[in-house]
Design a protein around this ligand. Structure first.
Ligand code: BG6
Ligand code: MG
Length: 218
């Protein structure tokens, strides 16, 4: 099967927002007197906002009612929005824009598959929205990665078989989602955390459409 489309995760693949998520979650964890380190933050990559909060609350053995949880998530998101509001084109990760532009130039469809409810805002801020044929984000899904819903919705929106789509992911949960959905998964980051991916690259710089085609046909 040939390459017809690519679906990109956003946080950690297109923009380096993980540090901003960390700062905001850390501030919340501190207020709740829960110890939370940058290492702990790795486990939250790809998880939805509510799953991330539940993870932190479990770490602190805290049980809270739904109303309080919504308040805490709103607070974390307000801090996060403050941190990302200055994001601009310079904040795009190495190689991402170049790869997306070369896909578009070759007529390969491009979509976003992100757990974030802030995905559209960030794409707009960094100026990438016009390059995307479809954006599926945390507002459109009910099941968080590792469930493949976000990528299957992207494939359906593009009308393309998952076997003809490459998914780019920096999170183990996202790679699992891609593989469960029948996609070709390219992990972006460290091999040991992304061992389920078909291929792993440290970042997107220098990646060509030809190389993707070769990988898929191997
Ligand atoms: C994912 C991030 O892309 O989006 C997670 O990897 C984050 O860390 C999740 O929790 C939800 O993001 P948001 O912006 O909707 O809170
Ligand atoms: Mg990610």
């Amino acid at each position: 099967m040939g390459l017809k489309a690519c679906l990109f995760d956003m946080d950690g693949v297109i923009v380096d927002s993980a540090v901003h998520h960390f700062v905001a979650w850390k501030r919340l964890a501190d207020e709740l007197s829960i110890s939370f380190t940058e290492e702990d933050n790795h486990a939250l990559k790809g998880l939805s906002r509510v799953d991330s909060l539940d993870h932190i609350l479990r770490m602190g053995h805290l049980h809270l009612d739904e109303k309080t949880k919504v308040k805490l998530m709103d607070q974390k998101n307000a801090w996060y929005l403050d941190l990302i509001q200055g994001m601009r084109e310079e904040d795009i990760l190495p190689g991402a824009k170049e790869l997306i532009e070369s896909l578009v130039a070759e007529g390969i469809r491009v979509g976003l598959g992100s757990s974030s409810r802030n995905a559209q805002l960030i794409l707009d801020n960094v100026g990438l929205t016009p390059l995307f044929d479809t954006v599926v984000d945390g507002n459109h899904i009910t099941l968080s990665k590792p469930d493949p819903e976000v990528f299957l919705k992207g494939a359906a929106a593009l009308g393309i078989d998952p076997r003809e789509i490459v998914v780019f992911e920096d999170a183990a949960s996202g790679v699992k989602a891609a593989k469960t959905g029948g996609f070709f998964a390219v992990g972006v980051g460290e091999e040991e955390q992304l061992s389920e991916a078909d291929k792993v690259v440290p970042d997107l710089s220098g990646l060509t459409v030809d190389r993707l085609r070769t990988w898929m046909s191997a």
